[in-house]
Design a protein around this ligand. Structure first.
Ligand SMILES: *Cc1c(COP(=O)(O)O)cnc(C)c1O
Length: 355
């Protein structure tokens, strides 16, 4: 059995892969593949309806929060958010907690002013900034709730008096938070929700329509809301697989139930990192991500050896991002704790061999 710690695209539930494969051959005994039916058919409409309803239910969203499945991945949202919310000459506030936040800042600057109200740069992004002020007149405040590359995570969501925007690409549906405290949430599906090729957007409709800029039709959230996330051909297969994953999550007990499992997985691995003299965590303890666990070896010369060692055990995807080095084990929702145990056991036996 392969133990898949990939950062994204990443592991999904096996039952989802089975159902998705069957649907490619013959969707629900219709004699048709899910790939060859029109998106305006009642068959697909009910898939889209169920996917959107599951998001609302699992996140316990208010009636003001609309759920959209859009093209373009999270990176398109770096542009689409300011295009819809930030007027020329107005200011937006951003937290710089890593690469993805910086990319969001770069795009927002094309549309208006950006004030980076806090940065983790001095610590090489190993801490989440704690004390900072946000201008009251900013159009919104943008955070990256989980920093996939550096392995840090906002454990407390900041309370703000202006609209709050969250890039949740790598920790969506992984923990209980007050999703309604966000006015806009976006997430590329391929980390914790489904296959690449679709992007979840949750938006409080009351924050839209406040700017003067003309917005291209396909970029205007209001058009997608009006057309029920079917303004143009949605990525039908990706939406279908997300729906299956959300069904799986609901059957498991929802976000609270998965959070419990995620906490256990993260504790198991971080305890070993802290106990094992060969390894060191890279992020401040209170800001550690429960999704992407980053660590290095005391002796960097051993890192290649450890990678070769775990490869024999079918542990894959733990090489760290090139910006951070070392290792990154992604513990997304679908990863079983047994895989984490295999990694922890490997760390223990490697330490014994190199004591
Ligand atoms: C992966 C990732 C992105 C980029 O997602 P794409 O779908 O590839 O555009 C953005 N933000 C975060 C936090 C990510 O982890």
């Amino acid at each position: 059995m392969v133990h898949n710690f990939n950062a994204g695209p990443s592991i999904l539930p096996k039952t989802v892969f089975e159902q998705a494969s069957q649907a490619v051959l013959d969707y629900n005994n219709t004699g048709l593949s899910i790939l060859e039916i029109g998106h305006r058919t009642s068959t697909f409409q009910s898939i889209m309806d169920e996917a959107r309803a599951l998001v609302k239910e699992l996140m316990q969203l208010s009636d003001n929060h609309e759920v959209l499945f859009l093209h373009g991945g999270a990176s398109t949202q770096f542009m689409q958010v300011p295009m819809n919310l930030l007027d020329d000459k107005k200011t937006s506030a951003y937290a710089d907690t890593g690469v993805w936040g910086q990319k969001a800042v770069k795009e927002a600057k094309l549309f208006g002013n950006v004030e980076v109200v806090c940065t983790g740069k001095e610590s090489n992004y190993t801490v989440i900034p704690k004390d900072f002020a946000i201008p009251n007149d900013a159009a919104y405040f943008h955070i990256t709730t989980n920093n996939t590359i550096y392995g840090s995570q906002w454990q407390k969501i900041p309370k703000v008096s202006i609209p709050l925007v969250g890039d949740m690409s790598s920790d969506i549906f992984s923990r209980v938070i007050d999703f309604n405290s966000f006015d806009l949430i976006y997430a590329g599906a391929q980390k914790n929700m489904g296959p690449a090729g679709v992007n979840l957007v949750v938006v409080n409709k009351n924050i839209l329509g406040k700017i003067k800029r003309p917005i291209p039709t396909i970029m205007d959230y209001r058009n997608h809301i009006k057309d029920g996330s079917m303004l143009n051909t949605p990525p039908v297969f990706a939406v279908y697989v997300c729906m299956l994953t959300l069904r799986w999550l609901k059957e498991l007990g929802g976000v609270a139930a998965i959070e419990k499992k995620n906490n256990e997985k993260a504790a198991l691995l971080y305890n070993e990192i802290d106990r094992n003299p060969l390894f060191t965590g890279t992020v401040a303890k209170e800001d550690r991500s429960k999704m992407n666990v980053c660590f290095v070896m005391q002796d960097p010369a051993l890192e290649e050896k450890f990678l070769a060692f775990v490869k024999e055990l079918q542990i894959i995807g733990i090489k760290g991002h090139r910006l951070v080095g070392g290792f990154r084990a992604s513990l997304y929702n679908a990863l079983p704790i047994s895989s984490v145990q295999v990694l922890v056991d490997a760390m223990k036996s490697f330490a014994q061999q190199h004591a």
